[in-house]
Design a protein around this ligand. Structure first.
Ligand SMILES: Cc1cc2nc3c(=O)[nH]c(=O)nc-3n(C[C@H](O)[C@H](O)[C@H](O)COP(=O)(O)O)c2cc1C
Length: 361
């Protein structure tokens, strides 16, 4: 039994411990979210990458497994097209032609994909589906428009905004968000270039809503440091990616366990926005070819068939493997409840020993 750990955020979100499992495309589905919420944290479904029907099905699955609160993570980037057909796609650039040759050698065929992530219309529908199910919390990556906050509040849901820069925290607060999640450059997936400890201090200076820390957090000692600074909780991705309930492929989980401190990089190669991911052939082919990158969302439309083809073939060397810099410290693949319990225990132990080596006066 883990010791108790509460902050005012727990009352705001109806959770027992202030640790949240992050929304992650291809990783965070109903089963993982339920395991985390049942253990007292907040579980999330990564709703950006999956089709509408799957958002619906995963929320239903969660509700069948847990009575706890649920977060659905969605995206409303300002420059997103209404639909995929609005994106003009150029011919394949050199690095992708090279990847195609390599996939051919492995007998892996590119398949046309219907990418759900970038259509604003689809994301609006996913928000409606989530609110119809009474989802308690909506997390917004890549911008928090006021209409999203207003709609969520009307329907009784709280809003959390994931930001990588202080100015984005300011605008999310102006638009009425309930919680700001500051994600340092250490974070997996989309991440800015400011380190967590700096960004957290910066945002805590002006934030009028609870602030949650994210990015590279895989141990309670790190969470304790953030709570000591004034954060009210932690949003944890990669640590939960390497868990038994995560929907990530086994080879992906193993790649996280095998990762070392320098195994991740931040690159525009995935979708034209900076994403932290594990180095492999999928990233290596772009080295020295950065001038061939396209802006968001064109780059995403170009790389998506490669991502899905490698995933389907379980070809780890060519898969897209978003991961935080904390992967180097992950050495096992336990159940999500055990991960949560370890994080809570470590956080409490670290908080209890704060200042033990410090001498005053
Ligand atoms: C595999 C993976 C997929 C992710 N997918 C999404 C996503 O679809 N939407 C989103 O807002 N953030 C996404 N993220 C970012 C997470 O929500 C979270 O902010 C991040 O994982 C925190 O950093 P950490 O992984 O170092 O703990 C993803 C992260 C990972 C590792």
């Amino acid at each position: 039994m883990a010791p108790q750990l509460r902050t005012p955020l727990c009352d705001l979100l109806g959770i027992e411990v202030p640790i949240m499992q992050a929304g992650m495309g291809g990783v965070a589905y109903g089963r993982l979210a339920a395991a985390v919420s049942n253990a007292g944290g907040l579980g999330s479904i990564g709703g950006i990458d999956i089709p509408l029907e799957e958002v619906d099905a995963e929320i239903r699955l969660f509700r069948s497994l847990s009575d706890g609160p649920l977060c659905v993570d969605l995206g409303f980037p300002a420059n997103a097209p209404q639909g995929l057909d609005d994106v003009e796609v150029p011919p394949l650039p050199g690095p992708l032609r090279q990847l195609k040759r390599e996939l051919d050698e492995h007998g892996v065929e590119l398949a046309p994909t219907h990418d759900q992530a970038i259509s604003l219309a689809d994301n609006k529908r996913k928000l409606e589906i989530s609110l119809d199910h009474g989802v308690e919390v909506i997390a917004c990556g890549l911008g928090t428009p006021r209409w999203v906050v207003d709609l969520c509040h009307e329907r009784g849901a709280k809003v959390m905004s994931i930001v990588g820069q202080a100015k984005h925290a300011r605008s999310a607060i102006r638009n009425g968000t309930d919680v700001v999640i500051v994600q340092g450059t250490e974070g997996g997936g989309h991440s800015g270039d400011v380190g967590l400890i700096t960004l957290l201090a910066e945002v805590l200076e002006f934030a009028t809503v609870p602030v949650v820390a994210a990015g590279g957090l895989v141990k309670g000692d790190q969470i304790a440091a953030c709570l000591t600074m004034g954060a009210q909780g932690a949003w944890v991705g990669t640590r939960f990616l390497a868990s038994t309930e995560a929907g990530s492929e086994d080879v992906f989980k193993e790649a996280v366990v095998d990762a070392e401190y320098d195994s991740t990089l931040r690159s525009l190669l995935f979708d034209g926005l900076y994403v932290r991911m594990l180095r492999n052939r999928f990233t290596e082919v772009w080295e020295g070819h950065e001038d061939e990158l396209s802006p968001y969302p064109v780059q995403r439309v170009l790389t998506m068939p490669f991502k899905y083809a490698a995933m389907k073939a379980n070809l780890k060397s060519h898969m897209s493997l978003p991961s935080g810099a904390g992967a180097g410290m992950i050495i096992d693949i336990p159940g999500a409840a055990e991960i949560l319990e370890r994080l809570v225990t470590e956080t409490v132990e670290a908080l209890r020993s704060v200042g033990k080596t410090v001498q005053f006066g």
